[in-house]
Design a binder for this molecule. Structure first.
Ligand code: MBD
Ligand code: FE
Length: 262
């Protein structure tokens, strides 16, 4: 991003804020209160949540190039890089979880391909999700560091399989500052249940996306405005003989990056 572009954006932000102050004749008390609110939001570590809830879907929509690949989706405020690489020696890997992890066991499977249709055995999927209570490790007390976070490799046919739990339909925890803004906007702080995925394979663009489940009552009232129909899959109840109460399948398609500008 060059300085001219940065300057143009900053000018528009500042002019936009001045215009709001003029239009509403914002008082000194209101102005000081707004600054306090922003300071508190930052000090409580809530700025990424507030910003992603209000703005990230717009950034993501602008960034998404027309492509044949799987639709991307917002990363959100809860990604942590370098989650453990799960190696189960041929068995189905299990996302790190507590011995008494609440929620139904879920088998998540799929295949990673390129837009040309070839399978991508070298693909790695970085997964993170809320637990059965709607909480993300590192962002809630008392959860193990890497709970429900891990990276899974595809096999030689480009297939992956991982055991996890069904994430809860997600209430944005009522962090007081984000909650207050959503109240003022008349929005309910709900997100549909989702699995976050970053899919990477050599020679292809990294894909950051989410997988949702059909029938979720929050799909069409996602407070973040991110749930896309193309990313919804079936959450199937399995037979009693299975170790998993549910299974779901999602196939990812990555775009070749050999012609991208570096
Ligand atoms: C989430 O779990 C999330 O995925 C996003 C995008 C915003 C807030 C909470
Ligand atoms: Fe999320």
């Amino acid at each position: 991003m060059d300085d001219l572009r940065t300057a143009a954006i900053v000018e528009d932000i500042v002019e936009g804020l001045r215009e709001v102050i003029r239009r509403h004749r914002v008082t000194y008390a209101e102005y000081r209160r707004a600054l306090d609110f922003l300071m508190e939001t930052v000090n409580q570590g809530e700025l990424p949540l507030l910003s992603d809830v209000l703005l990230e879907a717009v950034v993501e929509a602008a960034a998404q190039p027309d492509s044949e690949g799987t639709d991307s989706n917002v990363e959100g405020p809860f990604y942590i890089a370098d989650a453990p690489l799960l190696d189960a020696d041929g068995a189905t890997p299990v996302l790190p979880m507590r011995l008494d992890e609440p929620g139904d066991r879920l088998l998540f499977t799929g295949t990673v391909r390129s837009t040309a249709g070839t399978v991508l055995p070298s693909a790695v999927i970085d997964l993170w999700q809320a637990d059965g209570d709607g909480l993300y490790s590192r962002f809630a007390p008392d959860l193990p560091e890497w709970n429900l976070r891990g990276r899974v490799r595809c096999d030689s046919d480009g297939n992956f399989a991982v055991t996890t739990v069904v994430p809860a339909a997600y209430d944005i925890p009522r962090h007081p500052h984000t909650g207050r803004i959503l109240d003022l906007l008349g929005l309910k702080p709900h997100r549909p249940a989702h699995l976050h995925c970053k899919v990477c394979a050599p020679g292809h663009r990294d894909l950051t996306t989410q997988v949702y489940f059909s029938g979720d009552p929050w799909l069409d009232q996602d407070v973040v405005g991110a749930a896309k129909p193309s990313l919804v899959t079936e959450l199937e109840k399995t037979s009693d003989t299975d170790n998993h109460a549910y299974r779901c399948r999602f196939d990812f398609v990555l775009v070749d990056n050999t012609n991208d500008q570096r």
